[in-house]
Write a protein that binds this ligand. Structure first.
Ligand code: SF4
Ligand code: ZN
Length: 551
């Protein structure tokens, strides 16, 4: 595999390779000296340059952009040792994953880059275990960027259904079409062009694709790497602050192994995912423990505390050892602003700003059904807009509940919307309450208030675009969200009551529309609770075909 060198790196670093790093202190001093001598040359008072020089030096020692050596790796020998310890561990411990295999076995740089790009996008906010199957299906269906470009967005959404954060699939598709049409099928081959030319690719993703697929020498900082680096170098300020972000990227660029940048970055991520975990890190199994400031700090603190205790008991204690610490503590933009908490241990790092509470929303939704062929129930689906939350996915007719508007008014509005789509007149009394479903998005706490209505076939010709009737089996394959699947599960969970209702012969008809298909439920039915028979529905029964009275 060809190993390219990134053009983005400037400046020398440990080991002789070239990286982009913060300007070293010594360089600034030379610049100050040069400036001072220039002042002398133009006839300035000899004392003035010295004062200016002193001012420069003073400024340097508190310069926030130059981190204290405590937060970096000032000794090149440490860097070399760190790389070797980490990569030896990775050689033995790495998980075999399809995208890793493709990154080393695929000889075509375009396919390799595409394969890693897909994996990196899928892995954003999704666990490896979940991604595996999706990735394999995706690569089987669209093995090259051209194959993906030729697919429809509907097909992409369909395959992506259930993976969440649906805009990711859409952006991959958009990017593939751009590569196929504007870049003649050639994937971008620098970190900068990956970043600029591929939609949905940010600083981390560009660096990961570049290093893993193309051998570009660049560090890559994701959530796992942030945690590892913050603990290694005791960086405890808000990990999302600009000062910490830059310090972490500088560290990653300095540490990355120039011979195996992709493996090095994956090893850092693997270490964060499996050893240096957010909770309960396995420090005793850590290959780079000897470089870890937070690990050392925990042990020094323990020793200090036990000595203090002995002192209290009247034993003579020797001087407590100094805890190695940041020289700039107090003004340092990387040091924690909160005091060390012994109970947290290494988990004192990293520190994040408090999370914003998710937005609370309630949405009215209605499962509209009609009888289909062979007694199979059909569902009315509407496509969401191509932008925003769950873009392009199919959902049941829905309406966001506005606080100032009563639920009754909103129900009427939803009824009007369904009437408009189908060209029939429905009154809100026909909508039968089913229950509520809670679905948590990253930033929204969504509650779906679910109703249902069953229509006669003659009333079910759709009159608007982006609507369709789907059989239950087609619904299972369609590009729908996890929230919709939960709604179907709730809808199905009243099966036993529906059957009972049918036997009791309580079917009702009103103006040709078959209403009250769902039985009355005495209290709000919430998804997640056992159903009426007390059993929890299995996933297999999720989309089971129901043959019911709706015909
Ligand atoms: Fe993380 Fe512990 Fe290793 Fe430090 S020693 S890097 S805290 S696992
Ligand atoms: Zn500091």
């Amino acid at each position: 595999m060809s190993r390219l060198r990134s053009a983005m790196h400037k400046g020398k670093r440990a080991g002789g390779e070239v990286v982009e790093t913060a300007l070293p202190k010594r360089k600034k001093s030379k610049a100050a000296v040069k400036q001072a001598s220039e002042f002398t040359a133009v006839g300035m008072h000899p004392a003035l340059p010295n004062l200016i020089l002193q001012a420069h030096v003073l400024e340097e020692s508190t310069d926030a952009s130059t981190p204290s050596p405590y937060h970096t790796f000032p000794d090149p020998a440490d860097v070399v040792q760190f790389r070797s310890q980490l990569l030896n561990w990775y050689n033995k411990e790495k998980r075999e994953l399809q995208w890793r295999t493709l990154a080393v076995t695929e000889s075509d740089i375009n396919i390799r880059t595409y394969a890693v790009w897909v994996s990196e996008i899928m892995l954003q906010q999704t666990q490896v275990a979940t991604v595996k199957d999706y990735y394999n299906r995706w690569m089987k269906r669209w093995p090259t960027v051209q194959d993906l470009a030729a697919a429809t967005l509907e097909e992409v959404n369909q395959l992506w259904a259930g993976l969440g954060y649906y805009s990711r699939g859409r952006r991959l598709h958009e990017g593939a079409q751009k590569v196929a049409s504007e870049l003649k099928g050639q994937m971008p081959q620098t970190v900068d062009t990956l970043l600029k030319q591929l939609p949905g690719v940010g600083r981390y993703t560009a660096a990961a694709i570049g290093s893993i697929a193309q051998g570009l020498v660049t560090g890559a900082v994701d959530g796992n790497v942030t945690r590892v680096l913050c603990r290694l170098r005791a960086i405890g300020a808000d990990s999302t602050s600009p000062a910490v972000t830059e310090a972490l990227w500088n560290l990653a660029n300095m540490l990355v192994d120039p011979e195996r940048p992709g493996d090095f970055n994956q090893a850092m991520m693997e270490l964060g995912a499996r050893v240096c975990t957010p909770k309960g890190p396995l420090c005793s199994q850590c290959p780079v423990q000897s470089h870890c400031h937070s690990y050392r700090k925990v042990h020094v603190r323990q020793e200090q505390n036990s000595k203090k205790l002995l002192g209290k008991l009247g034993r003579k204690t020797s001087e407590l050892p100094d805890i190695e610490d940041c020289m700039n503590s107090g003004t340092c933009p990387l040091c924690p602003s909160e005091p060390w908490d012994d109970e947290l241990g290494v988990q004192n790092f990293p520190r994040k700003p408090p999370k914003k509470p998710p937005r609370v929303e309630r949405t009215l939704t209605c499962v509209v059904t009609r009888p289909g062929d062979k007694d199979e129930e059909n569902f009315l689906l509407i496509q969401r807009p191509n932008k925003g939350l769950l873009a392009g996915l199919w959902e049941f007719p829905s309406l966001l509940l506005e606080e100032e508007n009563s639920e009754k008014n909103q129900k009427r509005a939803l009824c009007d919307e369904i009437s408009r789509i189908l060209g029939v007149h429905l009154t809100e009394s026909l909508l039968q309450y089913v229950g509520e479903v809670v679905h948590i998005f990253s930033h929204i706490h969504q509650t779906y208030v679910v109703y249902s209505v069953c229509l006669k076939e003659s009333d079910t010709h759709t009159h608007t675009e982006n609507t369709q009737w789907l059989t239950r089996s087609a619904l299972q394959e369609a590009a729908v969200s996890t929230g919709l699947k939960k709604i179907v599960k709730l809808y199905d969970s009243v099966d036993s009551l529906k059957e009972k209702n049918t036997k009791d012969g309580r079917r009702q008809k009103d103006s040709g529309i078959m209403e009250n298909k769902k039985p009355q439920i005495s209290k709000k039915h919430k998804l997640g609770a056992a159903n009426s028979s007390g059993r929890q529905l299995s996933l297999n029964s999720f989309f089971k075909t129901v043959k019911e009275e709706c015909r």
